[in-house]
Write a protein that binds this ligand. Structure first.
Ligand code: BGC
Length: 768
């Protein structure tokens, strides 16, 4: 059936004086096409709008009623529906599928006075229905092209179901693995995190927002959210300016510079001021210093949460604080639509402030092409052809393989031989088709991932036996699917042990349930949940040839496994193609190339633990009898696996680190070169990493900071020279002057295969 195409009113109208909100527009209508520039198009719509309609643009509702069913008659849903018809809604979230999106868009475009189209937002965090690895896993690929591609796939699929806006990427630098949302970001490093932020923004938004395979991206959560005290989600955040500027802000700034069109603020307070009501963050930094001209959406209900924070006495005051602080769109608090008009009348909010927010939102709607075709994203045939298509499956398989990190491989247990082997697979996760989807896969179907067992069975040369052994402990999940599991049950151990005894190799798939990380899933213990650790030790007692495949959404504390188990693969939650990706790596059809984007601690008590720490006045002592240095009396300072760490089936040798000069200034640069040779048996990829240390500075600097990396591929015996450039930009930081600038002084440069395995040289920088 051909879609009836009704143009929004602004398509026709350029100027019109609107007298009251209820007045029907009749005449005059001037060809809108005459207005060419974006700003004048925005102006032409703004001129038509009443205050209430402008405020409506600032209002975002969750669509929880059955959209294509009968219209809701009572309660919240009826109020929302009514507001929608009155043009008091600018955006919906969680409405998906062409049928539903089209139904609501039709109301906005055809039934409201001005016909302004809606934005449809959704958490397309790592795919819509075709799920790619969790973002933390993708970060482990260090492959910006693959990460961008993954976002492109997500955008294309999401756009095909009617969506035009994703609440991603989350660009929060995270140092505390207790925080469940580390799965959603790029790990602990601001440099890697910035590059990945850019790749994701470019992947979602493409070069033309009007194209039907691109959607708006959203850099979130601005700011500091990952620094929640004790890793407990939504908890208080108190960080100094140096950490804010040097660690937390860079990926946000990079996203803004890359043209991200929306930002989301965050639930947390930052140094006493909730982020949602924080004008330093939103007005001074984001819209001021960075010149951001897109819009900021609040986090879910975060405007009203300022009441619980103790920062606003009621929803009305919360609305006043939020809008004045620069939160342009209200997600689900209803505070703007309820109170902003009154606040303007009372003189507490300037109409110009509302205008600015509305203009920002309209601007983005124009950029998306919604005024030219509000149904751009609403084609059911295209939806059918696009969702889950084969090319997406190939794409997510590719990034899944690249995300896997080989943590240990003794006795060359891996890659597995392809025939003649008795392989026993143990662990509930090996046979789980939902957990690999991870958290934030809200549109994906349960049981839609390829399990590890299914992936392994595609290799038919070996005999495969599966025994569950034990379940994964869960704790409360309360979201999407609930697993009621006895977390102390060891009744399956005996069968697992018996099976393991006769095996050539035992593959143990252990880790976290798919919803054990993510929002609201902070943990105080981050070892293998439930009885899995005991199962691992029991099986190892009878067969030492254990390959441990970890599936998890955060770094885990696995010191025993790291000491004892000969082969360990970090298999994260890799999405729809998880089992195929892990099997291909286990069999050597893909030689692992991932590197950890986050430190794996020995003990949860070490957290937050990260590679770019400060030296302190009492760093590592050479006198072991002294206790008066910065350490624990019961644990080492070092992690089990450091940032940047990851092995390959082959071996790489680093040599001949050279600098083209050991001094440079503002106009010059240094070339840093290193030779990397493949001295193993397989061809393989290596991420060559460059770090610096600024020895003395006006604000103390970390012991190491990542400043460059390059992925190279080498055949056995092949050697390549990798060359990096260091210039003024490389050494800039937020100094005691309150500016991003370079300071004269002595530096170290490190190049190597991880943050803890490097060659080093010295250099000096002099501004003049
Ligand atoms: C999360 C956001 C998310 C929003 C909408 C909130 O709970 O913090 O990241 O985009 O919900 O689903």
């Amino acid at each position: 059936m051909k879609m009836k195409f009704i143009k929004p009113i602004s398509f026709f109208v350029a100027t019109l004086v609107v007298i009251s909100c209820s007045q029907k527009i009749v005449q005059p209508r001037v060809a809108f096409a005459q207005k060419t520039t974006l700003e004048s198009r925005v102006d032409s719509v703004m001129k038509l709008m009443t205050l209430e309609e402008k405020i409506g643009q600032l209002n975002q509702y969750n669509g929880f009623w059955e959209i294509t069913g009968p219209s809701p008659k009572e309660g919240q849903a009826a109020k929302k529906y009514d507001d929608l018809k009155k043009g008091l809604v600018g955006s919906m979230l969680n409405v998906k599928g062409v049928k539903d999106v089209k139904a609501l868009q039709k109301i906005a475009v055809e039934e409201t006075r001005l016909g302004i189209p809606l934005l449809f937002g959704f958490d397309v965090i790592h795919g819509y229905k075709t799920i790619s690895p969790i973002p933390l896993a993708e970060a482990a690929s260090w492959d910006l092209v693959a990460i961008k591609k993954s976002a492109e796939i997500a955008a294309e699929e999401a756009a095909a179901v009617g969506l035009n806006w994703t609440f991603a990427p989350m660009v929060d630098v995270a140092r505390d693995a207790r925080w469940g949302r580390v799965m959603e970001g790029s790990g602990e490093d601001p440099y890697l995190g910035s590059l990945i932020a850019v790749a994701r923004v470019q992947g979602f938004q493409g070069t033309d927002l009007k194209a039907r395979n691109t959607i708006l991206a959203c850099a979130k959560h601005f700011a500091g959210y990952a620094f929640a005290e004790s890793g407990r989600d939504y908890n208080t955040v108190d960080v100094g300016e140096s950490t804010l500027q040097n660690i937390i802000f860079p990926p946000f700034k990079a996203a803004a510079d890359a043209g991200v069109r929306t930002f989301m603020n965050s639930f947390n307070e930052l140094n006493g001021i909730p982020a949602t009501g924080n004008s330093y963050l939103q007005r001074q930094i984001l819209k001021g210093d960075w010149g951001f001209d897109g819009f900021v959406v609040s986090d879910w209900g975060s405007i009203n949460e300022m009441i619980a924070h103790g920062y606003a006495k009621d929803s009305k005051q919360a609305a006043e604080i939020a809008i004045n602080a620069g939160s342009d769109m209200d997600m689900e608090s209803s505070a703007y639509v309820e109170y902003l008009a009154t606040l303007v009348k009372e003189g507490k909010v300037k109409e110009a402030t509302i205008d600015d927010a509305a203009r920002r939102i309209l601007r983005v709607k124009f950029e998306l092409g919604l005024f030219d075709n509000p149904y751009l994203y609403c084609d059911e045939n295209y939806e059918r052809e696009t969702v889950g298509k084969a090319a997406f499956q190939e794409g997510v398989l590719d990034i899944a393989k690249k995300s896997i990190v080989l943590l240990k491989n003794e006795k060359e247990l891996l890659p597995l031989k392809k025939s003649g082997q008795k392989i026993v697979v143990i662990g509930a996760l090996a046979n789980d088709k939902t957990s690999p989807l991870g958290s934030w896969r809200i549109a994906a179907d349960d049981n839609s991932a390829v399990s590890l067992l299914e992936g392994l069975k595609k290799y038919e040369g070996n005999q495969i036996t599966y025994v569950k052994g034990a379940d994964v402990a869960v704790g409360r999940t309360e979201f999407v699917w609930e697993t009621k599991i006895n977390t102390t049950d060891k009744s399956g151990f005996a069968e697992a042990i018996t099976a393991a005894k006769g095996a050539d190799v035992v593959i143990m798939s252990l880790g976290e349930h798919g919803l054990q990380s993510g929002e609201g899933r902070s943990r105080t213990e981050i070892g293998l949940p439930g009885v899995q650790q005991e199962l691992l030790e029991a099986v190892y007692m009878v067969n030492k040839n254990v390959v441990l495949v970890l599936n998890n959404g955060r770094p885990l504390t696995i010191p025993w496994a790291a000491d004892n188990i000969p082969a360990i693969i970090e298999g994260w939650q890799l999405g729809t193609q998880s089992g195929n990706a892990i099997a291909q790596v286990l069999y050597g059809d893909y030689n692992p190339s991932g590197k950890l984007p986050m430190t794996f601690p020995r003990n949860v008590g070490q957290l937050p633990l990260y590679y770019n720490y400060k030296n302190t006045g009492r760093p590592v002592m050479n006198e072991p009898e002294s206790v008066f240095w910065s350490h624990y009396i019961d644990e080492k300072n070092t992690p089990v696996y450091p940032f940047g760490y990851g092995l390959s089936y082959t071996k790489f040798e680093y040599s001949n680190l050279k600098l083209s000069s050991n001094t440079f200034n503002a106009e010059s640069e240094i070339e840093v070169s290193v030779n990397v040779k493949n001295i193993g048996k397989y061809s393989g990829k290596e991420v060559v990493q460059l770090y610096i240390r600024d020895l003395i500075a006006s604000v103390t600097r970390p012991v190491k900071e990542l400043k460059g990396f390059e992925m190279i591929e080498l055949q056995p015996n092949e050697e390549k020279e990798v060359v990096f450039k260091i210039n003024k930009k490389t050494i800039e930081f937020f100094t005691a002057n309150g500016k991003w600038e370079s300071e004269d002084g002595d530096f170290k440069v490190f190049v190597g295969s991880s943050s803890a395995d490097t060659l080093e040289k010295d250099f000096t920088y002099l501004n003049n």
